[in-house]
Write a protein that binds this ligand. Structure first.
Ligand code: IMP
Length: 483
Protein backbone atom coordinates (compact mmCIF):
# COMPACT_ATOMS: atom_id res chain seq x y z
CA UNK A 1 0.00 0.00 0.00
CA UNK A 2 1.42 3.45 -0.83
CA UNK A 3 1.33 6.27 1.63
CA UNK A 4 -1.43 7.94 -0.42
CA UNK A 5 -3.61 4.82 -0.06
CA UNK A 6 -3.51 4.73 3.70
CA UNK A 7 -6.71 3.02 4.78
CA UNK A 8 -9.27 5.06 6.66
CA UNK A 9 -9.79 2.08 8.99
CA UNK A 10 -6.14 2.03 9.89
CA UNK A 11 -6.32 5.67 11.02
CA UNK A 12 -9.13 4.74 13.33
CA UNK A 13 -7.44 1.70 14.85
CA UNK A 14 -7.24 2.07 18.57
CA UNK A 15 -3.57 1.36 18.82
CA UNK A 16 -1.60 2.92 16.02
CA UNK A 17 0.51 0.04 14.82
CA UNK A 18 4.10 0.45 13.66
CA UNK A 19 2.89 -0.03 10.07
CA UNK A 20 0.52 2.93 10.34
CA UNK A 21 3.20 5.12 11.84
CA UNK A 22 5.57 4.10 9.03
CA UNK A 23 2.96 5.14 6.50
CA UNK A 24 2.48 8.49 8.18
CA UNK A 25 6.25 9.04 8.07
CA UNK A 26 6.30 8.12 4.39
CA UNK A 27 3.51 10.61 3.66
CA UNK A 28 5.43 13.34 5.48
CA UNK A 29 8.62 12.52 3.57
CA UNK A 30 6.71 12.57 0.29
CA UNK A 31 5.24 16.01 0.91
CA UNK A 32 8.63 17.28 2.07
CA UNK A 33 10.18 16.06 -1.16
CA UNK A 34 7.47 17.89 -3.10
CA UNK A 35 8.22 21.09 -1.20
CA UNK A 36 11.91 20.77 -1.85
CA UNK A 37 11.40 19.97 -5.52
CA UNK A 38 11.53 23.63 -6.45
CA UNK A 39 14.79 24.08 -4.57
CA UNK A 40 16.53 21.05 -5.97
CA UNK A 41 15.71 22.37 -9.44
CA UNK A 42 17.80 25.37 -8.47
CA UNK A 43 20.71 23.02 -7.88
CA UNK A 44 21.10 23.91 -4.21
CA UNK A 45 23.22 21.67 -2.04
CA UNK A 46 23.36 21.97 1.75
CA UNK A 47 26.66 23.51 2.97
CA UNK A 48 29.37 21.59 4.87
CA UNK A 49 28.65 23.70 7.98
CA UNK A 50 25.06 24.66 8.70
CA UNK A 51 24.41 28.13 10.13
CA UNK A 52 21.24 29.68 11.50
CA UNK A 53 21.47 33.40 12.10
CA UNK A 54 19.24 36.36 12.92
CA UNK A 55 20.28 39.94 12.17
CA UNK A 56 18.60 42.62 14.26
CA UNK A 57 19.14 46.23 15.26
CA UNK A 58 19.79 47.73 18.70
CA UNK A 59 18.15 51.10 18.01
CA UNK A 60 15.21 52.21 15.89
CA UNK A 61 16.18 50.16 12.89
CA UNK A 62 18.49 52.21 10.73
CA UNK A 63 21.82 50.70 11.77
CA UNK A 64 22.53 48.88 8.50
CA UNK A 65 20.81 45.50 8.87
CA UNK A 66 20.26 45.23 5.11
CA UNK A 67 23.96 45.64 4.39
CA UNK A 68 24.77 43.17 7.16
CA UNK A 69 22.26 40.63 5.86
CA UNK A 70 23.79 41.03 2.41
CA UNK A 71 27.28 40.34 3.84
CA UNK A 72 26.03 37.29 5.74
CA UNK A 73 24.02 36.02 2.76
CA UNK A 74 27.33 34.90 1.29
CA UNK A 75 27.41 32.30 4.12
CA UNK A 76 23.72 31.35 4.09
CA UNK A 77 21.44 30.06 1.39
CA UNK A 78 17.99 30.88 2.66
CA UNK A 79 17.14 34.45 3.66
CA UNK A 80 13.89 34.94 5.51
CA UNK A 81 12.07 38.09 6.51
CA UNK A 82 9.68 37.58 9.42
CA UNK A 83 8.06 40.93 10.19
CA UNK A 84 7.37 44.47 9.06
CA UNK A 85 6.52 45.31 5.50
CA UNK A 86 7.57 47.87 2.96
CA UNK A 87 7.97 50.45 5.75
CA UNK A 88 11.51 49.04 5.98
CA UNK A 89 14.31 50.23 3.70
CA UNK A 90 17.41 48.12 3.19
CA UNK A 91 20.40 49.29 1.15
CA UNK A 92 23.36 47.25 -0.06
CA UNK A 93 26.44 48.47 -1.93
CA UNK A 94 28.70 46.04 -3.76
CA UNK A 95 30.89 45.62 -6.81
CA UNK A 96 28.96 44.16 -9.73
CA UNK A 97 30.22 41.52 -12.16
CA UNK A 98 31.25 44.37 -14.47
CA UNK A 99 33.54 45.78 -11.75
CA UNK A 100 31.28 48.80 -11.21
CA UNK A 101 29.87 49.82 -7.84
CA UNK A 102 26.17 48.98 -7.54
CA UNK A 103 23.59 50.05 -4.98
CA UNK A 104 20.45 47.99 -4.35
CA UNK A 105 17.55 49.29 -2.28
CA UNK A 106 14.73 47.04 -1.20
CA UNK A 107 11.77 47.55 1.08
CA UNK A 108 10.10 44.17 1.06
CA UNK A 109 12.30 41.47 -0.48
CA UNK A 110 14.96 39.94 1.75
CA UNK A 111 18.43 41.45 1.22
CA UNK A 112 21.26 39.43 -0.26
CA UNK A 113 19.36 37.75 -3.10
CA UNK A 114 21.99 39.06 -5.51
CA UNK A 115 24.21 36.22 -4.27
CA UNK A 116 23.87 33.22 -6.59
CA UNK A 117 22.19 30.21 -5.01
CA UNK A 118 20.22 32.16 -2.41
CA UNK A 119 16.51 31.72 -1.83
CA UNK A 120 14.30 34.45 -0.33
CA UNK A 121 11.25 33.74 1.79
CA UNK A 122 8.73 36.22 3.14
CA UNK A 123 7.54 34.55 6.34
CA UNK A 124 3.95 34.68 7.59
CA UNK A 125 4.69 37.70 9.82
CA UNK A 126 5.47 39.99 6.86
CA UNK A 127 2.82 42.39 5.60
CA UNK A 128 2.96 42.28 1.83
CA UNK A 129 2.13 45.21 -0.40
CA UNK A 130 1.37 43.33 -3.66
CA UNK A 131 2.49 46.22 -5.85
CA UNK A 132 5.86 46.45 -4.08
CA UNK A 133 6.22 42.68 -4.32
CA UNK A 134 5.70 42.80 -8.10
CA UNK A 135 8.04 45.75 -8.52
CA UNK A 136 10.90 44.33 -6.45
CA UNK A 137 10.50 40.93 -8.11
CA UNK A 138 10.85 42.66 -11.50
CA UNK A 139 13.93 44.55 -10.23
CA UNK A 140 15.50 41.27 -9.13
CA UNK A 141 14.68 39.62 -12.43
CA UNK A 142 16.31 42.50 -14.28
CA UNK A 143 19.63 41.54 -12.68
CA UNK A 144 19.00 37.78 -12.73
CA UNK A 145 16.23 36.34 -14.94
CA UNK A 146 15.97 33.25 -12.69
CA UNK A 147 15.53 35.26 -9.52
CA UNK A 148 11.73 34.89 -9.65
CA UNK A 149 11.98 31.19 -9.01
CA UNK A 150 14.10 31.87 -5.92
CA UNK A 151 11.45 33.89 -4.08
CA UNK A 152 8.65 32.45 -1.95
CA UNK A 153 5.90 34.20 -0.03
CA UNK A 154 4.04 32.61 2.86
CA UNK A 155 0.43 31.90 1.95
CA UNK A 156 -0.45 33.26 5.41
CA UNK A 157 1.04 36.72 4.78
CA UNK A 158 -1.49 39.51 5.14
CA UNK A 159 -1.74 42.01 2.32
CA UNK A 160 -1.42 45.78 2.56
CA UNK A 161 -4.11 47.29 0.34
CA UNK A 162 -4.40 50.82 -1.05
CA UNK A 163 -7.24 51.35 1.44
CA UNK A 164 -4.77 50.81 4.30
CA UNK A 165 -2.52 53.56 3.02
CA UNK A 166 -5.47 55.94 2.84
CA UNK A 167 -6.47 54.99 6.39
CA UNK A 168 -2.85 55.52 7.58
CA UNK A 169 -2.72 59.03 6.03
CA UNK A 170 -6.11 59.99 7.48
CA UNK A 171 -5.27 58.81 10.95
CA UNK A 172 -1.94 60.62 10.91
CA UNK A 173 -3.45 63.90 9.76
CA UNK A 174 -6.13 63.68 12.47
CA UNK A 175 -3.46 63.04 15.09
CA UNK A 176 -1.27 65.78 13.62
CA UNK A 177 -4.07 68.28 14.22
CA UNK A 178 -3.90 67.31 17.91
CA UNK A 179 -0.08 67.42 17.92
CA UNK A 180 0.03 63.64 18.43
CA UNK A 181 1.18 62.25 15.08
CA UNK A 182 3.30 59.10 15.27
CA UNK A 183 5.24 60.04 12.14
CA UNK A 184 4.52 56.77 10.34
CA UNK A 185 6.11 55.90 7.03
CA UNK A 186 2.65 56.24 5.43
CA UNK A 187 2.88 52.72 4.01
CA UNK A 188 -0.41 51.56 5.55
CA UNK A 189 1.32 49.14 7.91
CA UNK A 190 -0.60 50.11 11.06
CA UNK A 191 -4.08 49.79 9.46
CA UNK A 192 -3.07 46.52 7.74
CA UNK A 193 -2.13 45.10 11.14
CA UNK A 194 -5.43 46.39 12.54
CA UNK A 195 -7.28 44.42 9.82
CA UNK A 196 -5.19 41.36 10.65
CA UNK A 197 -5.90 41.49 14.37
CA UNK A 198 -9.56 42.33 13.74
CA UNK A 199 -9.86 39.19 11.55
CA UNK A 200 -10.87 41.06 8.42
CA UNK A 201 -7.47 40.94 6.73
CA UNK A 202 -6.85 39.52 3.25
CA UNK A 203 -4.08 36.92 3.13
CA UNK A 204 -2.22 35.53 0.13
CA UNK A 205 -4.10 32.23 0.47
CA UNK A 206 -7.44 34.06 0.37
CA UNK A 207 -6.72 35.12 -3.22
CA UNK A 208 -7.92 31.66 -4.28
CA UNK A 209 -11.44 32.81 -3.40
CA UNK A 210 -12.19 36.26 -4.77
CA UNK A 211 -15.74 36.24 -3.37
CA UNK A 212 -14.30 35.97 0.10
CA UNK A 213 -11.78 38.69 -0.75
CA UNK A 214 -14.54 41.03 -2.01
CA UNK A 215 -16.45 40.51 1.22
CA UNK A 216 -13.34 41.23 3.33
CA UNK A 217 -12.49 44.34 1.31
CA UNK A 218 -16.01 45.68 1.89
CA UNK A 219 -15.70 44.93 5.61
CA UNK A 220 -12.48 46.94 5.66
CA UNK A 221 -14.05 49.85 3.82
CA UNK A 222 -16.85 49.93 6.40
CA UNK A 223 -14.46 49.49 9.33
CA UNK A 224 -12.17 52.36 8.29
CA UNK A 225 -15.11 54.53 7.14
CA UNK A 226 -13.78 54.91 3.60
CA UNK A 227 -15.54 55.77 0.35
CA UNK A 228 -17.34 52.71 -1.05
CA UNK A 229 -15.79 53.28 -4.52
CA UNK A 230 -12.48 52.34 -2.96
CA UNK A 231 -13.64 48.69 -2.76
CA UNK A 232 -13.76 48.44 -6.56
CA UNK A 233 -10.35 50.03 -6.86
CA UNK A 234 -8.78 47.63 -4.34
CA UNK A 235 -10.38 44.59 -5.94
CA UNK A 236 -8.96 45.62 -9.35
CA UNK A 237 -5.61 46.10 -7.66
CA UNK A 238 -5.76 42.60 -6.17
CA UNK A 239 -6.85 41.05 -9.48
CA UNK A 240 -3.75 42.58 -11.12
CA UNK A 241 -1.35 41.12 -8.58
CA UNK A 242 -3.15 37.94 -7.56
CA UNK A 243 -1.48 35.53 -9.95
CA UNK A 244 2.09 36.60 -9.21
CA UNK A 245 1.50 36.15 -5.47
CA UNK A 246 -0.24 32.78 -5.75
CA UNK A 247 2.46 31.51 -8.06
CA UNK A 248 5.15 32.22 -5.46
CA UNK A 249 3.12 31.23 -2.40
CA UNK A 250 4.20 28.43 -0.05
CA UNK A 251 3.57 26.97 3.37
CA UNK A 252 6.63 28.79 4.66
CA UNK A 253 6.65 27.21 8.12
CA UNK A 254 6.99 23.75 6.60
CA UNK A 255 9.36 24.96 3.91
CA UNK A 256 11.78 26.55 6.41
CA UNK A 257 11.62 23.57 8.75
CA UNK A 258 12.30 21.15 5.87
CA UNK A 259 15.24 23.24 4.74
CA UNK A 260 16.69 23.29 8.24
CA UNK A 261 16.22 19.53 8.58
CA UNK A 262 18.08 19.10 5.30
CA UNK A 263 21.06 21.08 6.58
CA UNK A 264 20.67 24.37 4.70
CA UNK A 265 21.88 27.58 6.33
CA UNK A 266 19.11 30.04 7.13
CA UNK A 267 19.45 33.77 7.76
CA UNK A 268 16.59 35.70 9.35
CA UNK A 269 16.72 39.35 8.37
CA UNK A 270 15.07 41.65 10.91
CA UNK A 271 13.37 44.91 10.00
CA UNK A 272 13.04 47.99 12.25
CA UNK A 273 14.48 47.86 15.77
CA UNK A 274 13.62 47.27 19.45
CA UNK A 275 12.85 50.93 20.24
CA UNK A 276 9.76 50.68 18.02
CA UNK A 277 8.80 47.10 18.89
CA UNK A 278 5.03 46.93 19.41
CA UNK A 279 5.33 45.11 22.76
CA UNK A 280 8.54 46.53 24.21
CA UNK A 281 9.17 49.85 22.41
CA UNK A 282 8.31 53.44 23.32
CA UNK A 283 4.55 53.04 22.97
CA UNK A 284 2.68 54.63 21.20
CA UNK A 285 5.68 55.75 19.10
CA UNK A 286 6.15 52.25 17.77
CA UNK A 287 5.53 50.33 14.61
CA UNK A 288 2.78 47.71 14.74
CA UNK A 289 4.91 44.58 14.32
CA UNK A 290 7.23 42.78 16.68
CA UNK A 291 10.79 43.81 15.83
CA UNK A 292 12.81 42.05 18.54
CA UNK A 293 14.27 38.54 18.31
CA UNK A 294 11.03 36.88 19.40
CA UNK A 295 9.56 37.91 16.03
CA UNK A 296 11.41 34.95 14.47
CA UNK A 297 9.01 32.57 16.21
CA UNK A 298 5.78 34.39 15.42
CA UNK A 299 6.82 35.45 11.94
CA UNK A 300 8.11 32.13 10.63
CA UNK A 301 6.59 29.47 12.87
CA UNK A 302 10.10 28.21 13.58
CA UNK A 303 11.32 27.31 17.07
CA UNK A 304 13.59 30.31 17.83
CA UNK A 305 15.89 27.97 19.77
CA UNK A 306 17.06 26.71 16.36
CA UNK A 307 18.77 30.07 15.76
CA UNK A 308 22.44 29.80 16.79
CA UNK A 309 23.65 33.33 16.04
CA UNK A 310 21.99 36.63 16.90
CA UNK A 311 23.90 39.45 15.27
CA UNK A 312 23.00 42.98 16.39
CA UNK A 313 23.90 46.10 14.45
CA UNK A 314 24.55 49.25 16.47
CA UNK A 315 25.21 52.52 14.69
CA UNK A 316 27.93 54.50 16.54
CA UNK A 317 25.63 57.49 16.95
CA UNK A 318 21.90 57.76 17.44
CA UNK A 319 19.18 58.52 14.93
CA UNK A 320 15.41 58.56 14.90
CA UNK A 321 12.82 59.12 12.23
CA UNK A 322 9.26 59.92 13.24
CA UNK A 323 8.17 61.23 16.62
CA UNK A 324 8.82 60.10 20.20
CA UNK A 325 11.28 60.83 23.01
CA UNK A 326 14.97 60.85 22.06
CA UNK A 327 17.14 61.59 25.10
CA UNK A 328 20.49 62.22 23.38
CA UNK A 329 19.01 64.17 20.45
CA UNK A 330 20.92 67.29 19.44
CA UNK A 331 18.85 69.79 17.50
CA UNK A 332 21.81 72.12 17.00
CA UNK A 333 25.12 72.00 15.21
CA UNK A 334 26.16 68.50 16.34
CA UNK A 335 22.90 66.91 15.15
CA UNK A 336 23.24 68.66 11.78
CA UNK A 337 26.84 67.54 11.46
CA UNK A 338 26.02 63.89 12.19
CA UNK A 339 23.09 64.04 9.78
CA UNK A 340 25.26 65.41 6.97
CA UNK A 341 28.24 63.11 7.63
CA UNK A 342 26.06 60.01 7.90
CA UNK A 343 23.63 60.86 5.08
CA UNK A 344 20.81 60.46 7.59
CA UNK A 345 17.68 60.58 5.48
CA UNK A 346 15.05 57.83 5.66
CA UNK A 347 15.43 55.17 2.94
CA UNK A 348 11.67 54.75 2.73
CA UNK A 349 10.39 58.31 3.08
CA UNK A 350 13.46 60.51 2.49
CA UNK A 351 12.66 62.30 5.78
CA UNK A 352 15.69 63.80 7.58
CA UNK A 353 16.57 61.70 10.63
CA UNK A 354 16.96 63.30 14.05
CA UNK A 355 20.53 62.75 15.33
CA UNK A 356 22.58 62.73 18.54
CA UNK A 357 25.36 60.88 20.37
CA UNK A 358 25.10 57.13 20.83
CA UNK A 359 22.76 56.23 23.71
CA UNK A 360 24.26 53.27 25.53
CA UNK A 361 21.59 53.28 28.22
CA UNK A 362 18.94 52.03 25.83
CA UNK A 363 21.44 49.92 23.82
CA UNK A 364 22.07 47.95 26.98
CA UNK A 365 18.32 47.41 27.32
CA UNK A 366 18.30 46.17 23.71
CA UNK A 367 21.04 43.66 24.60
CA UNK A 368 18.95 42.45 27.52
CA UNK A 369 15.89 42.06 25.30
CA UNK A 370 17.58 40.33 22.37
CA UNK A 371 20.58 38.54 23.87
CA UNK A 372 22.77 39.10 20.79
CA UNK A 373 25.67 36.67 20.41
CA UNK A 374 27.66 39.41 18.69
CA UNK A 375 27.25 43.15 18.10
CA UNK A 376 28.68 44.97 15.09
CA UNK A 377 29.30 48.72 15.43
CA UNK A 378 28.31 50.31 12.15
CA UNK A 379 29.20 53.55 10.35
CA UNK A 380 32.39 54.09 12.38
CA UNK A 381 33.77 56.17 9.49
CA UNK A 382 31.06 58.81 10.04
CA UNK A 383 32.92 59.81 13.21
CA UNK A 384 36.32 60.03 11.46
CA UNK A 385 36.41 63.83 11.39
CA UNK A 386 35.05 64.51 14.88
CA UNK A 387 37.43 66.16 17.39
CA UNK A 388 35.69 64.44 20.28
CA UNK A 389 33.10 61.72 20.39
CA UNK A 390 30.33 61.49 22.95
CA UNK A 391 28.36 58.54 24.29
CA UNK A 392 25.37 58.80 26.58
CA UNK A 393 26.21 56.66 29.63
CA UNK A 394 23.37 57.63 31.98
CA UNK A 395 20.31 59.87 32.23
CA UNK A 396 19.62 62.58 34.72
CA UNK A 397 16.08 63.36 35.86
CA UNK A 398 14.92 65.45 38.81
CA UNK A 399 18.46 65.48 40.21
CA UNK A 400 18.79 61.69 40.07
CA UNK A 401 21.23 59.64 38.00
CA UNK A 402 19.50 56.88 36.03
CA UNK A 403 21.27 53.88 34.52
CA UNK A 404 18.31 51.74 33.58
CA UNK A 405 16.34 52.41 30.43
CA UNK A 406 12.56 52.45 30.61
CA UNK A 407 10.76 52.58 27.25
CA UNK A 408 8.22 55.12 28.47
CA UNK A 409 7.72 58.29 26.47
CA UNK A 410 6.84 60.53 29.48
CA UNK A 411 9.75 59.22 31.55
CA UNK A 412 12.24 59.65 28.70
CA UNK A 413 11.01 63.14 27.86
CA UNK A 414 12.01 64.20 31.33
CA UNK A 415 15.54 62.73 31.09
CA UNK A 416 18.72 64.61 30.17
CA UNK A 417 21.70 62.76 28.70
CA UNK A 418 24.90 62.34 30.71
CA UNK A 419 27.65 62.29 28.08
CA UNK A 420 31.13 60.84 28.39
CA UNK A 421 33.59 62.12 25.80
CA UNK A 422 36.42 60.32 24.00
CA UNK A 423 39.18 61.83 21.90
CA UNK A 424 38.38 61.55 18.23
CA UNK A 425 40.84 59.74 15.94
CA UNK A 426 40.52 62.38 13.22
CA UNK A 427 41.78 60.31 10.34
CA UNK A 428 40.03 58.27 7.68
CA UNK A 429 39.18 54.66 8.49
CA UNK A 430 37.82 54.01 4.99
CA UNK A 431 40.97 52.29 3.73
CA UNK A 432 41.76 50.31 6.87
CA UNK A 433 41.67 46.60 6.05
CA UNK A 434 41.79 44.92 9.47
CA UNK A 435 40.38 45.63 12.91
CA UNK A 436 43.86 45.74 14.45
CA UNK A 437 44.92 48.51 12.06
CA UNK A 438 42.24 50.89 13.36
CA UNK A 439 43.53 54.01 15.16
CA UNK A 440 44.06 53.41 18.91
CA UNK A 441 41.39 56.00 19.81
CA UNK A 442 38.83 54.11 17.69
CA UNK A 443 39.75 50.82 19.34
CA UNK A 444 39.40 52.43 22.78
CA UNK A 445 35.93 53.64 21.85
CA UNK A 446 34.94 50.16 20.63
CA UNK A 447 36.32 48.57 23.81
CA UNK A 448 34.34 50.95 26.00
CA UNK A 449 31.07 50.21 24.18
CA UNK A 450 31.61 46.44 24.55
CA UNK A 451 32.41 46.75 28.25
CA UNK A 452 29.40 48.98 28.91
CA UNK A 453 27.05 46.65 27.03
CA UNK A 454 28.65 43.48 28.42
CA UNK A 455 28.40 42.11 24.91
CA UNK A 456 30.87 40.91 22.32
CA UNK A 457 31.74 43.54 19.75
CA UNK A 458 32.46 41.24 16.84
CA UNK A 459 33.59 43.97 14.49
CA UNK A 460 32.88 47.33 12.93
CA UNK A 461 31.84 48.65 9.55
CA UNK A 462 33.57 51.69 8.10
CA UNK A 463 31.62 52.17 4.90
CA UNK A 464 28.51 50.90 3.13
CA UNK A 465 30.17 48.36 0.83
CA UNK A 466 30.01 44.63 1.38
CA UNK A 467 33.77 44.52 2.04
CA UNK A 468 33.69 47.41 4.54
CA UNK A 469 33.36 45.17 7.60
CA UNK A 470 36.36 44.59 9.89
CA UNK A 471 35.87 41.42 11.91
CA UNK A 472 37.78 40.85 15.17
CA UNK A 473 39.65 37.58 15.38
CA UNK A 474 38.40 34.98 17.80
CA UNK A 475 34.87 36.38 18.01
CA UNK A 476 31.56 34.61 17.48
CA UNK A 477 31.03 36.88 14.46
CA UNK A 478 34.18 35.52 12.87
CA UNK A 479 32.70 32.03 13.18
CA UNK A 480 29.62 33.17 11.26
CA UNK A 481 31.34 34.99 8.41
CA UNK A 482 34.29 32.69 7.78
CA UNK A 483 34.64 29.24 6.33
P1 IMP B 1 4.91 52.66 10.59
O1 IMP B 1 5.69 51.41 10.76
O2 IMP B 1 4.93 53.20 9.20
O3 IMP B 1 3.52 52.54 11.15
O4 IMP B 1 5.60 53.82 11.48
C1 IMP B 1 5.61 53.78 12.91
C2 IMP B 1 6.96 54.28 13.45
O5 IMP B 1 7.97 53.36 13.09
C3 IMP B 1 7.40 55.64 12.90
O6 IMP B 1 8.11 56.32 13.91
C4 IMP B 1 8.35 55.26 11.77
O7 IMP B 1 9.29 56.29 11.51
C5 IMP B 1 9.02 54.05 12.39
N1 IMP B 1 9.59 53.12 11.40
C6 IMP B 1 8.92 52.24 10.62
N2 IMP B 1 9.79 51.55 9.85
C7 IMP B 1 11.02 51.98 10.18
C8 IMP B 1 12.33 51.61 9.75
O8 IMP B 1 12.56 50.73 8.91
N3 IMP B 1 13.36 52.30 10.33
C9 IMP B 1 13.18 53.25 11.29
N4 IMP B 1 11.97 53.60 11.71
C10 IMP B 1 10.91 52.99 11.17
Amino acid sequence: MTAQMLEHDAWQAEDASAAVLDQIRAMRAESQTRRLGALSELGMEPPAVQRTTWVGDLQQGDGGKGAMADRLAARHQIIVRVQGGDNAGHTTVFTGKDGKERTLSTHLMPSGLRHPGTVGILGNGVLVNPERFAQELADLQATDPDAGSRVFVSDRCHLVLPLHRIADARQESRKEARGQAIGTTGRGIGPANVSKVNRIGVRVIDLHDMDLVAQRVRENIAFFGLDEDQAEHDLDFLMRHREALLERSADSMRLINSLLADGYSVLFEGAQGPLIDLEHGIYPYVTTSPTAFYSVGSGSGLDPAAVQNRIGVLKVYQTMVGNGAFVSEDQGELGGRLQAAGGEFGTTTGRPRRCGWLDLVHSRWAVELNNYTSVVLTKLDVLDSFERIGVCVAYEADGELIHEFRPEHRFLENCKPVIRYFDGWQCSTRDVTSFDELPEAAKEFVEFVGTYLEAEIGGVTKGPRDDDMLVRTGTALEGVVQG
